[in-house]
Design a protein around this ligand. Structure first.
Ligand SMILES: [Zn+2]
Length: 137
């Protein structure tokens, strides 16, 4: 697993654009990293701790017999509503084009056009320069 692919969580979340990963203090290493510094909502995440995913071939939710499970659907709905991002869409994308190609599209998707930084999914702007317009829909 490369450093970049480690940042893609089993649910399809790109940890690299998460506020907990991008912030300077108590930085979260992403769902595949150690649990130190992670808020309880993340260490207790049902999807992150799901045994079916751990034993699946790809390590992603789409390989699960229960896909998309209720928990994933709830998470997906929350992110679509609040942050205009869909885990299920990400997962389908990973399944269709492969993880490496998905990572490339993600880099482009969250790139700040002003400073080359990363647009945070939770804030909706670049944490480096504050630019909002960089993000593609
Ligand atoms: Zn920027």
């Amino acid at each position: 697993m490369t450093e970049e692919s480690k940042l893609i969580a089993p649910c399809g979340m790109n940890c690299g654009v998460c506020i907990a990963y991008l912030r300077d203090k108590r930085k979260c290493p992403g769902c595949h990293g150690e649990d130190t510094n992670k808020p309880p909502t993340r260490t207790r995440c049902i999807i992150k701790n799901c045994e079916t995913i751990k034993s699946s071939q790809s390590g992603f939710c789409f390989d699960c017999v229960q896909y998309p499970c209720k928990r994933l659907q709830q998470l997906d709905k929350r992110y679509r509503t609040k942050y205009s991002m869909s885990m299920i869409e990400n997962l389908e994308h990973i399944r269709d084009i492969g993880l490496n190609a998905f990572i490339e599209t993600e880099k482009h998707r969250w790139l700040c056009r002003k400073c080359g930084g990363v647009i945070c999914v939770h804030r909706g702007y670049c944490l480096n320069c504050g630019e909002r317009s960089g993000r593609l829909a």
